[in-house]
Design a protein around this ligand. Structure first.
Ligand SMILES: Nc1nc2c(c(=O)[nH]1)N[C@H]1C(S)=C(S)[C@@H](COP(=O)(O)O)O[C@H]1N2
Ligand SMILES: [Mo]
Length: 300
């Protein structure tokens, strides 16, 4: 980790020297912050598992974002022009280094493209190339204290931006809250995404920053995050609140544990004609050790 940081600092210093005395310091700093992210957006997608990537047109239109609407096309329409300028994310709670991050701060992390399968609890799936950085990088910077056992995530609460938050009878209890056990949050697969395909996140996909946990049902991948807190107790999540018998805290993809109203054994692949079998942990078997000895039917 330290080595990576040093290398990056070195590279940035070198870029800085190359730019020389041409520009004012402030201007150069802007360039340094913005240059890497645009390079990453345009970099080719690495797809070592050779997954069948979903068309961008599907991934940006077949969305779930209840703060806008439960209706997918409607949510896309209402998310148009979503303004995330000046966005801040408070990282706080049981940690040594609480800090309020700007998006520019996040762009200094090691950002890369990662292709992940994504499985919604509604029994459909996609394959999405995300652009983001490991949540573990942020957690290491925050230095959680020994009594921090869970990470709690909160979506922005702003009735002027999210129509359903302003409704007389909102569908969900807002702000949307999600949580992970600290070891799940530290797992190298867990991503904080700032973009997908070749663009920064659109409003409907969770601009400007969202979580992606590919071995869990999609609802764990909370969008438009404004707060990340280290806590000692398991946070109560929005979907548990909504219906605790249907939506658990863990929500690991599991073909053997049915949703009370439908089977989870197979999934509709968006953009494809045929269904496919659902895999335990959405095929990410490397996370199995996180749940050793746990009854996955009980801790659904
Ligand atoms: N704040 C917030 N985050 C959310 C949701 C939501 O309604 N509000 N929907 C979840 C669900 S159910 C899924 S499947 C994924 C969908 O992500 P996508 O629309 O970018 O594919 O976002 C999740 N994150
Ligand atoms: Mo979902």
């Amino acid at each position: 980790m330290q080595e990576i940081t040093d290398k990056r600092l070195y590279k940035r210093r070198r870029d800085f020297l190359k730019l020389g005395a041409l520009a004012s310091t402030a201007c150069v700093q802007n360039l340094l912050a913005s240059q890497p992210i645009s390079q990453i957006l345009n970099s080719p997608i690495k797809n070592p598992q050779n997954l069948d990537i979903t068309d961008k047109s599907h991934a940006t239109t077949y969305v779930n974002f209840y703060e806008f609407s439960t209706n997918k096309p409607e949510a896309v329409k209402l998310a148009k022009g979503f303004d995330a300028t000046g966005w801040k994310v408070e990282v706080s709670g049981l940690c040594e280094n609480p800090k309020t991050y700007t998006m520019e701060d996040f762009f200094n992390f090691e950002i890369e493209k990662r292709v992940y399968r994504m499985r919604c609890v509604e029994a459909w799936s996609m394959v999405i190339p995300w652009i983001g950085f490991g949540l573990n990088e942020l957690i290491n910077a925050a230095k959680p204290t020994p009594n921090a056992k869970f990470v709690k995530f909160t979506t922005l609460l702003d009735k002027s931006k999210f129509p359903d938050q302003n409704a007389t009878f909102p569908v969900l209890k807002y702000p949307y809250v999600e949580g992970l056990r600290l070891d799940e949050a530290m797992h190298p697969l867990t991503l904080l995404a700032v973009g997908m395909y070749d663009e920064l996140l659109s409003g409907q996909n969770g601009a400007p920053i969202r979580l992606v946990v590919p071995w869990k049902y999609g609802f764990k991948s909370i969008k438009s995050i404004t707060k990340i807190e280290f806590v000692s107790d398991m946070p109560r999540t929005t979907w548990q609140e909504y219906n605790p018998s249907e939506y658990g805290f863990y929500a690991n993809v599991n073909p053997n544990v049915s949703h009370p109203r439908w089977s989870q054994s197979s999934e509709r692949v968006i953009g494809k004609l045929f269904k496919q079998e659902t895999e335990l942990y959405n095929g990410y078997s490397e996370v199995a050790s996180l749940y050793e000895g746990m009854d996955l039917k009980k801790w659904f």
